[in-house]
Design a protein around this ligand. Structure first.
Ligand SMILES: [Zn+2]
Length: 161
């Protein structure tokens, strides 16, 4: 994955936002193949975050903005929702694609504040009961996360030009 590919993969970022974004600090060392997506917060623009995923063989990126949301006492991440989370959850909005997004329409979600979802679904949980298939459960969580990313992108694209 090159820097150029990343910058050009965003579904909902303006040319200026693409040019201004800062890549993750460990960019060179990232192991892209082993993850459902790569997500990071911009080290310069604190409220911005990015997610890059593979959908139908293509690289697709989402630009997120953290907003002050109505924080519930026990917020859950919508992307890895049934996991006991070790991290904070934040309220994010993503601009919709195309004209709709330029007109200010967004899709909102509660999510792991630093996009820890790929690591969370891969955690090895203690067996829930005798004979519990931990490997299958883990694979299911990974598939579930990938489906969430896809569903979110579909929502963003809805009604776009
Ligand atoms: Zn999560």
């Amino acid at each position: 994955m090159t820097e150029k590919q990343i910058r050009s993969s965003f579904l909902n970022a303006s040319q200026r936002e693409r040019n201004n974004l800062n890549l993750p600090e460990n960019f060179e060392a990232l192991n892209w193949e082993d993850l459902d997506f790569v997500g990071w917060r911009d080290r310069k623009y604190q409220t911005l975050g990015y997610v890059i995923a593979w959908v139908d063989g293509a690289t697709r990126g989402i630009l997120f903005r953290e907003v002050e949301g109505k924080t519930r006492s026990r917020a859950q991440c919508s992307w890895c929702n049934d996991v006991t989370l070790p991290n904070d959850v934040a309220y994010f909005t993503a601009k919709r694609s195309g004209a709709s997004g330029r007109n200010g329409n967004t899709v909102a979600t509660l999510m792991c504040s630093r996009f820890e979802c790929p690591a969370n679904v891969r955690r090895h949980e203690p067996p829930a009961y005798v004979g519990f298939d931990a490997t299958a459960a883990r694979a299911e969580r990974m598939a579930g996360l990938q489906a969430q990313v896809r569903t979110f992108m579909d929502k963003m694209m809805l009604g776009s030009d």
